[in-house]
Design a protein around this ligand. Structure first.
Ligand SMILES: Cc1ncc(COP(=O)(O)O)c(C=O)c1O
Length: 458
């Protein structure tokens, strides 16, 4: 039986959670229009909705919060963050932002024009929406193996280099204001991208003079996978691997709510000075002065400390093994998950668990609702609710290749017993899967609809 290393921390403060009754859970579901984003947190027992901003900060981060300098301009907190960002990422310029999507918004506002394309392995939903909101077309060019949940490829987040080259030739490099890669690939299972692939991506973009930006939300987890799986990196530190990775790019966006283990924060880094000038102007308009970017000084300090803690190899080893443990317990119960386990989350193949529910009736959503109903556990659908959209040319609905339920694991927050409870609950659901029904929308906005949509059971 798979096990994982003991948590490299002990618990100094607790937060109570409670399991409400099945009747109360049913009422909570109905009241929320069967959208788990609308269920109150106090009605949730184990919250695996996201690993974003939900981790436990350390004693050193809380101590840093007390040192926060709330000066409007030039705060000490900013300079402490700047030192960490320069040390770890090495880009010439950066601004803080209140979270990842704010960085994406600023970058898209500065660079994306209507009719532009922005390729990536796979864009996450907010990146996708920010590019679309500026009239651009986000394009996903991940390797085909990413769409085969059972394929154990060690770097399933890799981009298909031949597809990337063909895509640039077809659209023309002048239509591509920047290219991206997401590490790890959240929308495709939290799967890592190899250094070899990142080098090849950088070479292609640069040969067409296209600036290369990394979506670095989970860069530390990606670098630890490289250390574990890519030959030549076994004896390098995660920080050295990160240096090499970022030296290949022209900039990055980052939601610091993941691998910087803070509750709020983001970064936008770049090497181009004229872009930096435009970024600062946009930032002042939308987020705040460039030395605080929509955050309090204490948030900047917590991020400066968390960036280093996120690189700690004892922590990363425990973290990735905890995720693999949950996946293996589910697999033992006959529930297929994307193989191999991702970094921050386990992705259940909802289509395989509920093969009788078509994509138009949202199998991932049906499984998410059932998990709450059975055990007050909250996960999130990553399938047709989140990603199906009408083709801008034909108007025909385009469905994603995978229908997933993501169980994201907050950092340093839940124990092995919590993971066992999740696995046991899903095993119960599996045994009565054929009686579970799909859903239809009663309300859905045009962009980022999963956040506020409402549903009715079919
Ligand atoms: C890969 C990736 N990029 C960007 C974002 C957006 O970050 P935020 O939620 O901080 O706006 C997320 C959030 O989950 C993400 O996973």
């Amino acid at each position: 039986m798979q096990t994982y290393p003991p948590e490299p921390f002990r618990i100094k403060m607790t937060e109570p959670i409670r399991l409400i009754s099945p009747k109360e859970r049913e009422a909570a579901l109905k009241g929320a229009g069967y959208n788990l984003f609308a269920v109150k947190a106090e009605d949730i027992f184990i919250d695996l909705l996201t690993d974003s901003g939900t981790g436990a900060m350390s004693q050193d981060q809380w101590a840093a919060v007390m040192r926060g300098d709330e000066s409007y301009a030039g705060a000490r907190s900013f300079h402490r963050l700047k030192a960490a960002v320069e040390d770890i990422f090495g880009f010439k310029y950066f601004v803080p932002a209140h979270q990842g999507r704010a960085a994406e918004n600023i970058l898209s506002a500065c660079l994306v024009k209507p009719g532009n394309y922005v390729p990536s392995n796979m864009h996450f939903d907010t990146t996708d929406a920010n590019i679309r909101a500026r009239g651009g077309r986000p394009t996903n060019l991940v390797i085909d193996e990413a769409f085969d949940p059972a394929n154990p490829h060690p770097f399933k987040g890799n981009m298909d280099i031949a597809k990337l080259e063909a895509f640039i030739e077809k659209t023309g490099a002048d239509k591509i204001p920047f290219g991206m890669v997401t590490v790890t690939n959240n929308a495709g299972g939290g799967q890592p991208v190899s250094m070899e692939n990142i080098k090849a991506i950088a070479d292609v973009y640069h040969s067409y003079k296209i600036p290369f930006f990394i979506d670095a939300a989970r860069y530390a987890e990606n670098c630890f996978f490289i250390k574990e799986r890519e030959s030549g990196y076994e004896s390098k530190s995660v920080k050295e691997i990160a240096h090499e990775m970022f030296s290949l790019a022209d900039g990055m966006t980052m939601s610091a709510k993941k691998d910087a283990i803070v509750n709020i924060g983001g970064l936008l880094c770049m090497n181009d000075e004229s872009l930096f000038q435009n970024v600062k102007n946009e930032l002042i308009l939308r987020e705040g002065f460039p030395t605080y970017g929509g955050l309090a000084g204490r948030d900047l300090d917590a991020m400066a400390v968390g960036l280093y803690e996120g690189l700690d190899e004892a922590y990363l080893s425990y973290r990735l093994a905890q995720t693999a443990y949950l996946a293996s317990r589910l697999n033992d119960a006959g529930i297929p998950t994307i193989q191999p386990a991702g970094g921050h989350a386990v992705y259940l193949d909802a289509h395989a668990v509920l093969p009788h529910i078509p994509q138009s009736e949202f199998p991932g959503q049906a499984l998410a609702v059932e998990l709450y109903r059975e055990g007050a556990i909250r996960g999130v659908e990553i399938g047709s609710v989140m990603f199906a959209y009408p083709d801008p040319d034909s108007g025909k609905m385009i469905y994603p290749k995978l229908e997933l339920l993501r169980l994201a694991i907050p950092r340093r927050t839940y124990t092995q017993t919590h993971m066992d409870y999740v696995a046991d609950t899903l095993a119960k659901i599996k045994s009565r899967a054929s009686s579970i029904r799909g859903f239809k929308f009663t309300y859905a906005p045009e962009l980022l609809r999963h956040f506020t949509a409402r549903f009715e059971p079919l």
